[in-house]
Design a protein around this ligand. Structure first.
Ligand SMILES: Nc1ncnc2c1ncn2[C@@H]1O[C@H](COP(=O)(O)OP(=O)(O)OP(=O)(O)O)[C@@H](O)[C@H]1O
Ligand SMILES: Nc1nc2c(ncn2[C@@H]2O[C@H](COP(=O)(O)O)[C@@H](O)[C@H]2O)c(=O)[nH]1
Length: 206
């Protein structure tokens, strides 16, 4: 078993064949980094692009990292039932466009959502067959180092995100499985294997 799999996890049964995987974990733990690495190696893996009211960071593009919308547009998405789930996180709203996810699941293709704890809970309610994966930091100190070191948020925003992180870390047991992000390569390989339900790949690769 790879070192990326953490303590106290519930292995997913091969018979379950999960197709919808939710990746959550505290801000700064490395979710986007892991997913980007996985998709570099396997560009065929589809990641849902969320809508958000957050302003783009330098280099972020509309339709790639997010659909960047204003408050009014987000209100409409909610009112029209176009979001599978949505949540407010550290002062901004984020949501998963429903139809694109349903289309892919209908075609039997694996779907990955990278969303916060509140969103993961909503998906668990509406789609109990989804596989919920928690990405944990090696330590609290390392999480603070990563979030601060990324250099994308002002100190007060970092504080809000760390407050949320305490809540998210306390909810780890709600997830089916935890991966500890010590190595981006190991975790992305583990995540891919979980998404494709290829337990053999988890044991042998790397
Ligand atoms: N295994 C790792 N070891 C060291 N640094 C890492 C590792 N994984 C990610 N990082 C770094 O941690 C920082 C935060 O990573 P990333 O932006 O992917 O986090 P995130 O979980 O997607 O955050 P958010 O939820 O705020 O979007 C980045 O600077 C990234 O390079
Ligand atoms: N509930 C949802 N959470 C989402 C969605 N898209 C992203 N996120 C989460 O928001 C925070 C902050 O993201 P950032 O890009 O501003 O750093 C992080 O935990 C994301 O996973 C979504 O559609 N729904």
């Amino acid at each position: 078993m790879s070192s990326a799999v953490s303590r106290g996890t519930t292995p997913v049964s091969p018979a379950r064949q999960p197709r919808l995987t939710v990746l959550s974990g505290p801000s700064g733990v490395g979710k986007s980094t892991v997913v980007a690495h996985m998709r570099k190696v396997h560009p065929e893996v589809w990641l849902s692009v969320s809508a958000t009211t957050r302003k783009p960071r330098p280099g972020e593009q509309h339709g790639i990292q997010y659909f960047f919308v204003d408050d009014g547009e987000f209100d409409k998405l909610v009112a029209n039932g176009e979001l599978l789930e949505w949540a407010e996180f550290a002062g901004n709203r984020y949501g998963t466009p429903r139809q694109a996810v349903l289309d892919r699941l209908e075609r039997g293709e694996p779907v990955l959502l990278e969303i916060d704890l509140q969103g993961a809970r909503q998906v668990r309610e509406s789609m109990p067959e989804a596989q919920l994966v928690f990405l944990a930091p090696p330590s609290w100190e390392e999480l603070v180092r990563r979030l601060t070191g990324r250099g994308t948020e002002a100190p007060e925003v970092i504080e809000r995100r760390l407050e949320a992180a305490r809540v998210e870390l306390a909810a780890e047991k709600e997830f089916d499985l935890t991966l500890v992000n010590t190595s981006v390569e190991d975790v992305s390989r583990e995540l891919l294997a979980l998404m494709l339900d290829r337990s053999e790949e988890r044991k042998t690769s790397g």
